[in-house]
Design a binder for this molecule. Sequence first.
Ligand code: ADP
Ligand code: MG
Length: 344
Amino acid sequence: MAVTKIAASTSPTGGTRINMALSEFQLIDRVFAARASARADVPLGIGDDAALLRVPADVELAVAIDGLHAGIHFPEDTDPRAIGHKALAVNLSDLAAMGAEPAWATLFLSLPDPDEAFACEFANGFFTLAERFGVALVGGDTVRGPLCAVVQAHGFVPAGKALRRSGARPGDGIYVTGSLGDAGAGLGLVQKRLEIGGSDGDFLRGRLDYPEPRLKAGRALLEVASAAIDISDGVRADLGHILSQSGVGGRIEIGSLPRSEVLLRSLPEPAGIDLALSAGDDYELCFTVSPDREPRLQALAEGMECPITRIGRIEPESGLRLFGPAGGVYRTYEGSGYDHFKGH
Ligand code: ADP
Ligand code: MG
């Protein structure tokens, strides 16, 4: 890319800024190249016109790309460390939903100012997560522009074994990892629609800013799941993708939707249920498992590092039916696709 590159080596506001302004190349070298970890399958990483990467013979390469724009995908006042974490986490979450093991990432970063302190904090969030999962940053692009971070993540999955959205069958159990709705409540706090203080508020904001990609769970699910997706737009909408792509319908018992202790005590029902169903940014996994594999799933659950909960079952009739705690119909969504769910 040749336009709007960061070129300033002095502060555009005339030297009164606390943070040092860097050239594009200094920024790449000091902040990103310096921390990129080595991997044996990266003969050439950051610094040339392209990275050179070795894909093992018996795997398929899973590739996902997702970008975060300030004010759209994260609140303007978000800690730069959280932006760095989340930019990578949402992509690792996509790899987790395929059952892939992450290997490499590339990063497009657009910054309003070549601000070293901001870039360092962003990099701290990014690399702390990258190092936890052995992901090497192998390239990218750095430009001046509205604050935005786009990450592409690459991972390996045994050939022919990836988890897809299309494999759910009637009778399969519908499961989710972790707890739902916390990030939605965190966004409610940011937008001042909710008021929850103290450590409960911090927890909810943390769930919005620092989603945990469920990579361990995704890998374990390769053995048992018939379909999987990560929940970025709320379980109702994202399960809808599994239902439509699998040509099935389903039922959810809303009383079984897993909610954190914090959400349960800080929001009156049905607000918590509605967040758990429909709010975005959870980045948990939703997956289906055939009844004959459900005992094996229970055995695998121990190694997943997060709870799993069965929330319903796949049914042959299209549409999603929600049942209340007493067993009665809570709500019904006709059709099986995401578009049909819009506006409800
Ligand atoms: P080119 O103009 O050939 O694309 P660049 O000057 O954009 O080269 O980038 C120089 C090197 O730095 C390349 O290897 C590129 O992949 C890497 N790079 C640029 N920005 C980033 C970034 N934000 N994170 C990681 N690598 C980056
Ligand atoms: Mg470039």
